[in-house]
Design a protein around this ligand. Sequence first.
Ligand code: NDP
Length: 312
Amino acid sequence: MDDEEFFEGTGGDQAVDLDVLFSSINYKDGLALLGRPGVVRDWPLIPGIDLVGRVSASGSDRFSEGQLVLLNGDGIGESRHGGLSTRARVRPDALIPLPESLSPQRAAAVGTAGFTAMLAVLALSDAGVTPESGEVIVTGAAGGVGSLAISLLAGRGFEVVASSGRVSEQGDYLRGLGASRVVDRSELSSAGKPLQSQVWAGAVDSVGSHTLANIVAQTRYGGTVVACGLAQGPDLPTSVMPFILRSVTLTGANSVEAPRALRERAWAALADELDTAALDSLTETIGFGSVLEVAERILEGGVRGRTVVDPA
Ligand code: NDP
């Protein structure tokens, strides 16, 4: 493979070269690292859907040498080389200057998971869901997206209910992030009726399948549910009833394809609102040597919060 082929998709003469300072492990990285289908589209490929780095050379007039930047998604770790590396060449399209108030390590701790959580929070807010609307539920609560969503929503004054399969093990952790109560995910994970008692003003769901269907069925008139993930499954066994009888809105968050203006809005909000003490408490930092072990654990649902990778 020649250089041109290796660097395909990295922006041509607009490409930005980076020294990678930190990456992270997301659920998708777990799939890619263990060779599971559905994430990596082109082999060979450097995995890692997140990176934070320092510009070493830039063909783009938006970036200059020495600048600190971050990148989430935009195909890295899937169809373009990703962040689990010491150096990277990326296209500038979705590259964002590192917000001044965030260290490179904390920005990697936020990563795709926190970025997606903020996209979901913004979607709820844009849909008119406010703390006065009522309780908001977060599923996959002890995972990366879930943990950050709880912290961000609680920071905005929401009553947050955490749904987790690890209530006894992680209940205190979830309440520490700001959850007002914690429910066992088994209450939501089996087939249920399409309309149930109205409980939620909003939801951030990392789980999909019956869990998402039950949440939609329990969402109050005019409420909004943001689908972010598929940890239980990609299916959605629901009916039109919650939509035509309760005006429920089901929307989504997509961290990979998010346009730059939305990325900038989400990162500005993260820089403003993040509880850095909470972020530090939910972050573990590892070296390259532990990446495969964490990949296995994240696919088993055994990782709590976020895992940063320090390539140094
Ligand atoms: P994590 O593995 O960190 O978290 C997922 C959590 O889901 C687990 O910690 C667990 O939480 C729960 N969970 C795991 N398996 C099941 C199951 N079988 N049934 C119900 N709940 C389960 O992953 P991330 O937070 O990084 O990602 C979460 C999901 O969101 C993934 O599907 C991922 O692909 C998707 N995602 C989507 C993005 C987008 O752009 N839309 C971006 C980032 C992620 P607990 O133990 O508390 O129950």
